[in-house]
Design a protein around this ligand. Structure first.
Ligand code: 5RP
Length: 233
């Protein structure tokens, strides 16, 4: 189940992210488009990807931020509609459990992340060891919503025992790349991620719930002080 590789003594969280970002290069299929997620760990992967940019046609990106970083490093980016199938999608997570189910969306990119993951054959999650949890729900669950539905959706989460808050940037709601708002829901223990994702995804006004169970990880490269562990689900 696990493999360890060499690692610096007492690596910082940033070094762990660098390690897994570079380790993910082994999963990029040369000659094929690669799906690229969003976040600080993925930024390490993008930086490493620049070293092999001549071996791939380019990337399908899950956010404006990742697109800008990829293009700045000379990596072509295409719209998801222009590439039918991706062999692999590389992305981070806010939490990952023992089945490869994840919470994602801390970086507000969950909708496009789920879209790109859905057209990929293999989801490789890259994360530092702090993201590994027994049960999803310690991290506040991100949910992208249509603004006019947010108050009702907050009440629906309250009925499940969760406390939902509108994500703010200063005195204004955060607006996603898709022009929508985000809720962060605390107090949930998500013991049935597939059932939870199926249920919440059906609530009118929910664009994307940040539980990735149907689009779970197949592999997780986990950065630990002992090295990169490879978890297969
Ligand atoms: C962005 C995400 C990220 O993958 C998640 O938030 C992890 O980010 P980081 O690598 O910065 O810890 O889901 O929407």
């Amino acid at each position: 189940m696990t493999q360890a590789s060499s690692t610096p003594a007492h690596p910082s969280q940033d070094e762990l992210k660098t390690m897994v970002g570079r380790a993910a290069l082994d999963y990029v299929v040369r000659g094929q488009w690669v799906g690229v997620g969003t976040g600080s760990t993925v930024n390490k992967f993008i930086d490493a990807l620049a070293d092999i940019r001549h071996d791939i046609p380019g990337a399908v990106s899950s956010s404006v931020a990742s697109t800008e970083r990829l293009r700045a490093l000379g990596i072509e980016v295409r719209d998801a509609n222009a590439v039918e199938r991706l062999a692999v999608y590389i992305d981070g997570a806010d939490e990952i459990d023992g089945h490869g189910y994840m919470i994602k969306g801390g970086g507000a990119a969950l909708t496009r992340e789920k879209i790109v993951a859905a057209q990929s054959e293999c989801f490789v999650c890259i994360a530092d060891a702090s993201k590994r949890v027994p049960v999803l729900g310690q991290f506040a669950l991100p949910v992208e919503v249509i603004p006019m539905a947010s108050a009702r959706i907050m009440r629906q989460f309250a009925a499940l025992g969760g406390q939902a808050q509108l994500r703010m940037a200063g005195d204004k709601p955060v607006v996603t790349d898709n022009g929508q708002h985000l809720l962060d829901v605390r107090g949930l223990s998500i013991t049935d991620p597939l059932g939870f994702e199926a249920q919440v995804s059906q609530w009118p006004g929910v664009v994307t719930v940040g539980v990735f169970a149907f689009q779970r990880a197949h592999i997780c490269l986990l950065g630990t002080p002992e090295g990169v562990q490879t978890l297969r689900f």
